[in-house]
Design a binder for this molecule. Structure first.
Ligand code: AMP
Length: 495
């Protein structure tokens, strides 16, 4: 078990209270840039008060849920902060969701309002829940008196993040004001994030990485952020220079595109490049170092916990490792399985109206309840944590365990492989077979299973090597670049 360093939440112990305190200071200072325009701290806070008035005028009261979804914009950030300052519970929703996925979230969270920018969504949502009040994220409702702001307590719910990992019907993880504050404060400390920083933020704001780290951290530190709607590598590299950015947060897929850009050296002007949400292969870590001269800092977090573990700001940023538990986080590996279990002020209390899921998600241990992340880990002698896989993705072939990620990392080094993911598919003989899905390198002949087995033989035991190779044009990934291994498996069982 790794003991946490001393950690204290900033006053007043709520995320919205801490933001207001920070942003009331020096109101002319630039805060967010979007669509060619800067918004300063003072205007931003004033706008959150106006929106809070409109939400109250529409009859919303503390504890009510509000669906929030749209491409990144200052309006979206204002609406989010206005909700939290009013004690409303934000339910961020992926703008790519289908009607069925929306229907599940609406039925489960029973929102009183929806602030959504996607075309056709207001109609769909009102169709699903006729009593729901719907508007765009600009909240064009009548002005009304501003209610009491920032009066909620640390234990009050602030956000419900729907998550299924990468399988199953999504469950709502309820994060309190204190959870969100702890999540942002821990990376503020660990990454030496200050008001002088400027973040290039192209991650979506419906997910913890972009929202709970990128936006929340910017508002907490009083730094500034340049918001992009989606990832465009040329715009990213251009704006880093033209806006004098100091930090970039990305997912591995983004770095995969950036590394081959002739302008990738621009990243070396940043003081910090962070990767997370999915594993950054050691190969890509090394290529970024060679081609751009940067040592990407990889970190690990989840919807249920905000951030958990990070490579050090100073000291070795180890490829293939996620580093050390962040301030406030206690981490242990379960005996036998090696599952990563965590505790801390950032860790949520439970899923929305799902005591059955809570029973599975938490386990009693030293000091109280521990959250079972479902990730399998190892800890080096010098304390660096690595994620070796997800417990649900473990392949068992002929009675032997195979962590797909280890095989991915080995096969990715083959020159004929651009991207690869392995998964287990049912096999009468072995229980499961290791199958590799590969996107071949353009212009190169796709390697066969035999070629890949030969290639991997020096690194991996025979049972880990793929019995079959499926050549594909792209791997199925979620919005954050995580490979959806169950979709690979399903595609094979449908054959
Ligand atoms: P989400 O709740 O969508 O943020 O997904 C959380 C999951 O993403 C974790 O449980 C991990 O399985 C995975 N994850 C996040 N960061 C990393 C990382 N740096 N390396 C490997 N997996 C990661």
């Amino acid at each position: 078990m790794v003991a946490p360093p001393a950690f204290r939440l900033p006053d007043p112990g709520t995320i919205s209270g801490a933001w207001s305190a920070r942003l009331s200071d020096d109101p002319d200072r630039l805060l967010l840039h979007a669509d060619g325009v800067w918004t300063n701290r003072g205007d931003f806070l004033d706008r959150t008060a106006v929106v809070a008035g409109r939400l109250a005028g529409a009859g919303l009261v503390a504890g009510d849920r509000v669906l929030l979804s749209g491409p990144s914009s200052v309006d979206l950030a204002v609406a989010h902060v206005a909700c939290l300052r009013s004690g409303l519970v934000v339910v961020p929703v992926n703008g790519g969701y289908t009607r069925n996925e929306l229907a599940h979230i609406v039925a489960d969270s029973r929102p009183s309002a929806a602030l959504v920018d996607q075309k056709g969504w207001k109609e769909i949502l009102v169709g699903l829940a006729p009593e729901l009040r719907a508007a765009g994220t600009d909240v064009c409702w009548d002005d009304a008196p501003v209610p009491n702001l920032d009066s909620v307590g640390p234990a009050d719910p602030a956000l419900i993040g729907y998550t299924s990992g990468t399988t199953g019907a999504p469950k709502g993880a309820v994060l309190t004001q204190a959870n969100l504050l702890a999540g942002a404060e821990s990376v503020r400390q660990a990454w030496h994030w200050t008001a002088e920083d400027r973040l290039l933020l192209c991650l979506p704001l419906f997910h913890m990485h972009g929202l709970g780290v990128g936006l929340h951290g910017t508002l907490l530190t009083g730094g500034s952020a340049v918001l992009h709607q989606g990832f465009d590598q040329h715009r990213v590299l251009g704006d880093i220079g033209s806006h004098g950015c100091t930090m970039f947060f990305g997912v591995p897929t983004m770095y995969h595109h950036l590394v081959d850009d002739s302008e990738v050296g621009t990243l070396s002007s940043l003081r910090l490049c962070v990767s997370g949400s999915a594993p950054l292969s050691p190969l890509l870590h090394g290529r970024l170092r060679d081609r751009a001269g940067i040592s990407v800092l990889e970190r690990y977090g989840m919807t249920e916990t905000v951030m958990l573990v990070s490579n050090p700001y100073e000291g070795e940023r180890r490829a293939g490792s996620v580093g050390f538990p962040l301030p406030g986080v206690e981490l242990r590996l379960a005996e036998g399985t090696g599952e990563i279990q965590v505790r801390g002020p950032n860790v949520f209390d439970g899923y929305w109206e799902r005591p059955d899921a809570d029973d599975q998600a938490f386990v009693d241990g030293p000091g109280g309840r521990w959250f079972r992340t479902g990730d399998l880990g190892s800890v080096d002698d010098d304390g660096y944590v690595s994620i070796v896989g997800r417990s649900k993705e473990l392949i068992i072939t002929g009675g032997f365990n195979v962590h797909p990620r280890e095989v991915d990392d080995t096969l990715a080094a083959h020159p004929g492989v651009s991207e690869v993911a392995v998964a287990g598919v049912p096999s009468e003989e072995w229980g499961e077979d290791v199958v590799a899905w590969i996107v071949p390198t353009p212009g190169a002949p796709p390697p066969t299973a035999e070629v890949l087995r030969d290639f991997g033989r020096n690194h991996l035991a025979a049972h880990k090597l793929p019995r079959r190779v499926v050549v594909t044009g792209s791997l199925p990934r979620n919005a954050l670049g995580k490979v959806l291994r169950h979709e690979l498996r399903e595609a094979v069982s449908d054959e």
